[in-house]
Structure formats: structure tokens, C-alpha cells
Design a protein around this ligand. Structure first.
Ligand SMILES: [Zn+2]
Length: 298
């Protein structure tokens, strides 16, 4: 049933007509194609829709299977840890190691040397956010495999946890231990650390966490026929592929630049990533709503 929604039976001409027709449709409740509920093969009614993130991960993994090329998420994770380590260096190394190095925001705090301190903090913040983005990217291709809720939380929110550890926990310990700082400076420094932690943590948290269980569920249902010649859409100049010919990202695409091919062909042309609008729409439609892309269906 998943395959239905990517199989546009429309020519481009019809696609455009459908788009203009849509505006009118809004008034009256659309004649929805009768929901084929009694599908014998369907799994026990699953009310929960797949998230857009799970859908994207499922497609990424299916692409890996089709092309035989694994996406290197291990590299992303290693890079993330290198960047987290460098963030600690930028923030604290001279304090931790008692080294007289000319950097490390905490050392500058003691020396009351604020310009390099701010630079160090900005560098540490950038490294931390970059690390979290890489980590999230890896998770959205190869999600956490554990069934344990706590392990899933730690894995998915590692960016948030690292931000808390690096900017708040380590900083707090070092500030409280430092006897060269007066009480007022300590208070200001701790407040500053709290603000930085909130900022970095807010960006680093994963608001759309995915698990491999969710992805497997999607993959099971998502029985895409990769050979289907009407599988997906992509453009000459765009980097992503689309499930819907009338996607808003395709509005300004000239007909000669719009390609309608099988998913496999799109992947072979380096359009491996699904458009966000289409991912959200497919997730919203519950992926069974055939009217989404075939409004002319009798
Ligand atoms: Zn799209």
C-alpha cells in the first residue's frame, strides 16, 4: 500500500491541472477515494503514522540496499567525538592539565583577558553544535538499535547531554575549585555557563528522534517497487528527489528540467535525499492516502 502514493498516474500536464483544481477543492470536502480498509495483507491497524524522520531514514537505508553503498555514519560519529573533544580543549585544557597554553576560555577568565576568552567560547560553541549536528545526521540514517528507552534517549540526545557536560558540569567544577576567582566573578561565570548550555543544548537536542524499530516498521510497509518508472520526481538543478509531482519545491521548475523516474534511477543520478516537504506530506498522509498524488482517480 505504501507504493501507491509514489505512483503518480499523472502526466505533467495533468499534474498542473490538478494543482489549479486544488484551490477549488478546498471549499467542498474532497471526494476522498474510499479508504480501502479491508486489505487482507495489511498488518493489524496501526494508528500511529510514521514520522518524517523515520520515513527519511527508511528511504536512506533502502537506497543503501539498492546501491550496495553504505553511508558512512561511523565517520560522522567519530568526527562528532573529535569535535566534542576539541570543544573541551578550547574551553578548559590549560585548566585541566595545568598547562600554560595561550588558549582555553577558563584560563582567560583567571587572567581577565576577555577578547581571547570570547573567541575560545565561540570556537567551543561552534564545535559542540557542529558535533551534535553530525551526530543527529548519523542517527537519522542509522538510528539507535537498542529497545531500551534509556539507551535510546542517551543515544538520540547525546548532543544535548554533551553540551550539558562540557559547558555546565566541567565548567561548574572548575570554577568552584578555582581559588583565584572571587565570589562575584564565579557567580557571573556560572550564569554565563548556564546560558551557553541552554543555547548549545537547545540547538543540539534532537526534536525528531528516530529508532531503528520505527524505521523497520516503515520499511516493512514501504514496499517500494524501485523499478516503477513513475516512482519519483527530481530536477536538473536540484539535489533531492520528490515523491509528489506537485510538491511546492517544484513549483518553479520548468517542465524540461523535471524528471520522473524510478527511485533507483534517481539514486543513480545522485538524488539520494528525499525532499523535506515530500517526507512530511507522506508522513502526514499516513502514506495510504492515494488522493494525495492521484486526485483524478475515479
Ligand atoms: Zn518535494
Amino acid at each position: 500500500m505504501w507504493c501507491i502514493f509514489i505512483r503518480g498516474n499523472l502526466t505533467l500536464e495533468e499534474e498542473k491541472k490538478a494543482k489549479t483544481a486544488k484551490a477549488e477543492e478546498k471549499k467542498e470536502p474532497v471526494k476522498k477515494a474510499p479508504a480501502k480498509k479491508a486489505e487482507p495483507k495489511a498488518a493489524p491497524a496501526e494508528a500511529k503514522k510514521p514520522s518524517a524522520a523515520a520515513l527519511k531514514a527508511a528511504l536512506a537505508q533502502m537506497e543503501e540496499q539498492e546501491t550496495g553503498k553504505k553511508k558512512n555514519t561511523v565517520l560522522l560519529r567519530v568526527l562528532a567525538f573529535v569535535m566534542w573533544a576539541l570543544a573541551i580543549v578550547a574551553m578548559y585544557l590549560p585548566q585541566i592539565g595545568e598547562l600554560e597554553l595561550p588558549f582555553g576560555a577558563m584560563r582567560m577568565l583567571v587572567l581577565k583577558n576577555y577578547t581571547p576568552m570570547i573567541i575560545d567560547i565561540v570556537v567551543a560553541v561552534a564545535l559542540c553544535i557542529g558535533a551534535a549536528l553530525l551526530w543527529k545526521k548519523a542517527n537519522h540514517i542509522h538510528p539507535v538499535k537498542s529497545h531500551n528507552k534509556i539507551a535510546q534517549f542517551i543515544w538520540n540526545q547525546l548532543g544535548l547531554i554533551m553540551a550539558f557536560l562540557i559547558f555546565f558540569v566541567i565548567g561548574l567544577v572548575l570554577i568552584l575549585k578555582n581559588d583565584k576567582l572571587d565570589a562575584k566573578t564565579k557567580k557571573i561565570a556560572i550564569a554565563a555557563l548556564a546560558v551557553i548550555t541552554l543555547l548549545v543544548g537547545g540547538v543540539s537536542a534532537d526534536y525528531h528522534p528516530v529508532t531503528q524499530d520505527e524505521v523497520d516498521k516503515v520499511t516493512q510497509e514501504f514496499n517500494i517497487d524501485a523499478q516503477d518508472p513513475e516512482g519519483c520526481f527530481w530536477t536538473t538543478y536540484g539535489k533531492k528527489y520528490h515523491l509528489y509531482g506537485d510538491c511546492q519545491a517544484l513549483t518553479n521548475t520548468a517542465a524540461e528540467n523535471l524528471h520522473q523516474t524510478s527511485l533507483q534511477e534517481a539514486w543513480e543520478n545522485n538524488r539520494g535525499e528525499l525532499c523535506s516537504f515530500c517526507a512530511k506530506r507522506a508522513a502526514d498522509s499516513g502514506a495510504t492516502d492515494t488522493t494525495a498524488i492521484t486526485p483524478n482517480n475515479p
